[in-house]
Design a protein. Sequence first.
Lengths: 447, 527
Amino acid sequence: MRYLPLTEADRAEMLATIGAERVDDFFGDVPEAARLPGPIDGLPNHQGELAVERHLSNLGVRNRTANEGRFFVGCGAYKHHVPATVDHIIQRSEFLTTYTPYQPEIAQGTLHSLFEFQTQVAELTAMDVANASMYDGSTSCAEAALMACRVTRRRKVVLSGGLHPHYAAATRLLCEAQGIEVVSLPPAIDGELDLAAAVDGDTACVIGQSPNVFGTVTDLSPVADAAHAQKALLVSVFTEAVSLAMVPPPGEMGADIAAGEGQSIGNSLNFGGPYVGLFAASQKLMRQMPGRLCGETVDADGKRGFVLTLSTREQHIRRDKATSNICTNSGLCALAFTAHMTLLGGVGLKRLAELNHDAACALADALETVPGVEILTPRFFNEFAFKTPVNAEAVLAMLEERGVLGGVRASRLLPAGTMDDVIIAAATECTTPDDISAYADALKEIV
Amino acid sequence: MTMNNQGRPTSPTLVDNRPEGETISGSRGLLQAEPLIFETDRWNQTGVDLPEPKRTRSRLGDLRRKAEVSLPGLSEPETVRHYVRLSQRNYAIDLGFFPLGSCTMKHNPRLNERMARLPGFADIHPLQPQSTVQGALQLIDELAGWLKTLTGMPAVAMSPKAGAHGELCGMLAIRRALEVRGELATRKRVLVPASAHGTNPATAIQCGFTVDEIEAAPDGRVDMDDLRQKLAVTDDIAGIMLTNPNTCGLFERDIREIADLIHAAGGYFYCDGANFNAIVGRVRPGDLGVDAMHINLHKTFSTPHGGGGPGSGPTVLSDALAPYAPVPFVERDEDGQYQLIEDDRRESRDSFGRMVAFHGQMGMFVRALTYMLSHGADGLKRVAEDSVLNANYVQARLKAVMTPAFDGYCMHEALFSDAFVADGIETIDIAKALIDEGYHPMTMYFPLVVHGAMLVEPTETESKAELDRFCEAMAGIARRAAEGDMSLKTAPVHAPLRRLDETRAARKPILKWERPEPESEQLAAAE
């Protein structure tokens, strides 16, 4: 077996050194009834690379990729172009096959890049400090809610009607497990500012999203003011990291915590994971943050180096008093993010954002010409909701037959019977003018 | 402006006064000096060629970011060099032996990487119509089938993102089961052995439970007397979280009895599956009375650790907990079509809800299935056997010079205490000395129940020759430690950096690069 270096001779020699007769001796503590006589039934035996590759390839070709045909699906994951360099970097053995940098003398590569990652995320979100990543945007959002409750010692969280429903579900689940009250405002395309009226003296935080799940861009400053007036926090969520080069970022709107998804920068769609959760906060909340933090220090010779720090917040030190149970995070996805961002720079990121916005504007212009279509999102970056004259599910199915993956029906994410005639469509730098006219033409045929 | 490897500008003064042994450039042969990207002159540049935006109209309203994103953009050659230089400061499995206990640092097959990058897996969107992702759903279903068969459990939740997230999944399923029984308000107590991973108590708390610690017996297993005493009162028991094989590298020989006691008390048995590598293909947790167990695909099933993640933590569930599994999950209908059940208001009415956006770590699923198909049922059994053989070999070779924490055979990791070490020398000194010998240190100071613990997990992907080399180096260090060789305190000396000042890092945390003070800018300008 190609992954196992021991030979039969090695095994015999090692058993002799140990003084055991057979490997079964080591399993003597396993209850008699649970000892299996041979390999587990019902599974195939080992196969060579060629056979395995053939099996996986056969599964792979049964999926339609974002590069085949016209593609407008977004809602929390976005088709962007990732430079070839990024994949080369994350496949470097020294990054790919190393562990969490608990031995900093031989992990400066990971730590140095994490320090750069944290700096980039803090700058992108316009926040003071960022951590070394979370699993994804939705768990980042849930952890932000829990952190707000710790900081304020309050037990109520209010979610906007434009928060990605998966993020809302993940947040509700964790909060309710701890007995924290969760208030969800009704689904609304342009309702983020309704949070301002929903905050009261019991509220730990309000969670708003910009651009929200319908693509709506909102300046959450009035929500921050209302929250702060009640000594509550604003958690500002985003699912499209590229947007932050153009739209007001969390820090400029007075957010206390920023939580979002970083997939758009450096990471493939991957059918939903792995992605990279971004998490940033104001300076004064630093010690209540979940997850790993990388900090600067010096070594015994006075040379600059980096270490994981403030680990007394974390489970491996603090156990039941930890700020979170998170251990493994999204290290390699964070590396992909930081490598792509290092290539882009602020200038490149802004240009990329503008290209996205251009494409979405062109898409909206084209779809608006289709009779019965109404753009519902008043202000958007690269994604918007529109109303179809007939049921959205049927429209998307007919578009699919014409080679167009036209977006996500809102009803896939929302409670049954809500916005059955709404499609959320995204365009990025990958979207071509041909894609856009093909979409508009197909939609005209259907409606 | 040039920088040395401390990120400081080099200047004639610094060159003249450079410390003994430091070069003018800051580089040392193959180890190239590398500043932070923020210390380059690539501000207002980009390394990506993008077309000029049209900017014909805006639909942003008048909402605009005020301060431009101020980050350097490096050209492609500079970027590649930056990261390759950084990479050379990392230890990695591909470079050498990485015996980090509890972490299962086995070889990461490259076929896994190739398969995960097939466009049919990497370039598909989680919210595409299900008809366009039938291959992906089938893959999830196949992987779920392997996991269920290997564990002998009837159900598996695929969406947890890592081990600790899998723990959360299992404990939330238990919580939901108690809720359905109408006993959530009273059953709050979760038993956790003192030797447990820190994630266990942290998870229990995160699910609204309280933690009651069980002592370890002198033989490194659960103290059954203490357990029975903790179960004298049963009506507040929610369950137990137990790692098996445990964090001392030992199989809990009373595991069936533990399961029976917990079940009789009305609680559930959560098994931390971090150490599944020791028993995969040989023992099924379903035969041990387990109700829920997460599986670290990034440990047992060879997906790379990536310097801290991503992981993946599918969680198998017993019949008692299966109805409460989170959404989404995959089902196959009569026509052979795969369905992704996303809506917790329909068929999955009892589901405890949704843990995360989308459907789990697909990229890791592809790698793990690739690995399972490669090994097959026969190979996976061999994985467990060789990992346990390797650990026992290390224990046998080192027991004369180190102190095994417990008598008898171990499972997949060998645990030593610091009893053999002379006064003034500590476990960390031994760990750092291993770095100088070209090895990644073992896990140190864990589990907490063993003084100065050193936990060595070789995994099955190490050859006997590699183990022999390691044992010789380790034995040499152990002898120095036993003799009180204080030069161990200065290790490492052959690493890119010496020991780092962690206290200083925590006292006044610097968590991002800041622009230098104006004074030093003037200094730089004057050069």
